[in-house]
Design a protein around this ligand. Structure first.
Ligand SMILES: Nc1ncnc2c1ncn2[C@@H]1O[C@H](COP(=O)(O)OP(=O)(O)OP(=O)(O)O)[C@@H](O)[C@H]1O
Ligand SMILES: [Mg+2]
Length: 503
């Protein structure tokens, strides 16, 4: 069997970190090959080396059995390697067609032959059974469709090897299905796919072979048919699969958050959400379910004051928040884990200590009477988060950008929980997190809840939503359509309320 990729003895160090240690891996041509491993295991680093974005200290790589030397993504593209990044790199106000051409030609020049490109791109789409309207503007596309544009773009540039680093983390279940169908079609047409995911069920569904990394090392490569989920988990984290903590006792009667008749329209007068009323009690985890785009994200943003309301009330601990800005709301005891850690939760070019105090500069713990920052407290806090949440990093002065994706997420979750809030709004808190760390975060959330914390939990992971929540409310088309005790529902049932099949 011909090899598409043969990585030999790659080592890469960062200050204080051995990211890849003598890593070797063989990927067969035409396979879907998955790479799994803990947060910080070195998966993304290896992919960046393969794509020419990062230079290894030593080792070498063969592509289609020829020695390869990539010192930039351009070299890799010429060798037939394409990478789809998790943060899409598309221009929102251009069409799909213009985006695909961008970088090859200038779509704005009057004399450029758009139709010629269009025909060529359509051929590629037909060959690989990928569908999208080339004339649509990118900002009208769903996340799954944007990802498909990135894939088409890469294939149009001649990729025969496709690297996907956690492509499913941002997708809803139906989009994952569509992506997997696309990947199978690519495979049937000879494309080799490298696929990273923390979701072992997905990996077992799609991959031919699976490679496991741990602490910078390649542990083993196994055939999908020869391995179970439990075995895979054990190879990954060196111990058996953690079981989620048991469901809890009763919640408190005291109401911490109450929202009444919330309503909001967008700039075109279309309803984003309306008639939204619910309560969160002390010591309660209230889950919010909904397919992306059904208003639940905006409702949560209205509670912390990012999204404007046309009418309705947000009452937190008996105080009407109408006159309070986001900053005041956060300082009054609401913590927020936003969906997008890189855009909304961290400043990537700042170190961890400074990331602990962003947005909190005015609280007593960090501000002296002279107005200066109490740096020592911030360092202590940052150390506390790192150790309690097992964040893999050399220390508090490491820049956020130097952390692996999952470790950034762990740091944000830890920072928000350590802040001792009365209410935690957690949006996709375990996205991109490995199964071991996920169990740790579940446990911390449960414990905080037992000690009196109220949580508003938004998660696309239905097992997590059902497993952690006490009650679940479901959003559909901007309205709250169902309220259920979490104990009494299956993921399938929940799914049918979310898609409007059941009322
Ligand atoms: N630019 C960088 N500077 C310093 N250290 C880095 C840099 N990039 C990665 N690292 C370190 O290298 C190690 C491996 O990181 P990598 O991103 O490859 O992990 P990963 O397996 O992709 O993890 P995750 O599942 O969380 O995405 C981590 O300890 C990380 O902190
Ligand atoms: Mg990664």
């Amino acid at each position: 069997m011909k090899l598409a990729i043969n990585i030999k003895n790659i080592t890469k160090t960062y200050p204080g970190v051995l990211a890849n240690s003598d890593v070797s891996i063989k990927v067969k041509s035409g396979d879907i090959h998955a790479i799994v491993g803990e947060n910080g295991a070195g998966k993304s680093t290896l992919m960046k080396i393969l794509y020419g974005m990062v230079k290894p200290d030593s080792g070498n790589i063969e592509i289609f059995e020829n020695k390869a030397n990539m010192s930039s993504p351009k070299d890799s593209i010429n060798l037939g390697i394409g990478m789809v990044h998790q943060h899409f790199m598309l221009a929102k106000n251009l069409t799909v067609l213009e985006n695909i051409i961008l970088g090859i030609d200038r779509p704005f020049l009057k004399n450029i032959k758009l139709s010629k490109y269009k025909t060529e791109i359509q051929k590629v789409m037909e060959l690989y059974s990928l569908n999208i309207d080339l004339n649509q503007y990118v900002d009208e596309l769903s996340v799954g469709e944007k990802q498909r544009v990135e894939i088409i773009k890469v294939l149009y540039r001649g990729a025969k090897i496709l690297i996907l680093d956690e492509p499913t983390a941002v997708l809803v279940p139906q989009e994952v299905k569509d992506l997997f169908k696309n990947l199978k079609d690519l495979k049937n047409n000879g494309v080799t796919v490298l696929f990273i995911s923390h979701k072992l069920d997905e990996v077992l569904e799609i991959a031919d072979e699976i490679s496991v990394m741990r602490s910078g090392q390649m542990i083993d490569t196994v055939l999908n048919d020869n391995v179970s989920k439990t075995q895979l988990a054990e190879m990954m984290i060196g111990k058996s699969l953690p079981t989620p903590p048991a469901r809890l006792t009763s919640t408190d009667e005291e109401v911490i958050l109450k929202v009444e008749n919330l309503k909001s329209n967008d700039e075109n007068g279309r309803t984003i959400f309306e008639d939204v009323s619910f309560e969160v009690h002390k010591s309660e985890i209230l889950g919010i379910a909904g397919v992306e785009g059904n208003g639940q994200k905006e409702v949560v943003e209205a509670i912390i004051g990012i999204q404007a309301l046309d009418s309705g009330k947000v009452i937190f601990k008996n105080n009407d928040l109408e006159k309070q800005g986001t900053r005041e709301r956060l300082e009054s005891g609401i913590s927020f884990i936003p969906e997008d850690r890189q855009l909304q939760a961290m400043i990537m070019e700042m170190d961890l200590t400074n990331n602990v105090i962003i947005g909190r500069q005015n609280i007593k713990k960090y501000k002296s009477s002279l107005g200066t920052v109490k740096m020592k407290n911030a360092v202590n806090e940052s150390e506390k988060v790192i150790s309690a949440f097992e964040v893999k990093t050399p220390g508090t002065s490491t820049l956020a950008t130097a952390l692996s994706g999952g470790n950034q997420q762990k740091f944000v979750v830890g920072r928000e929980l350590e802040d001792d809030p009365s209410l935690l709004i957690a949006s996709q808190p375990t996205r991109g997190i490995d199964i071991g760390a996920q169990a740790l975060i579940w446990e911390k959330l449960r414990n905080s809840r037992d000690e009196g914390l109220s949580v508003l939990l938004i998660s696309a992971d239905l097992e997590e939503l059902i497993g952690l929540s006490d009650r679940i409310i479901v959003f559909y088309q901007g309205k709250l359509v169902k309220e259920i005790e979490a104990e009494n529902i299956t993921p399938e049932d929940l799914g049918s309320y979310m898609t409007g099949l059941k009322k």
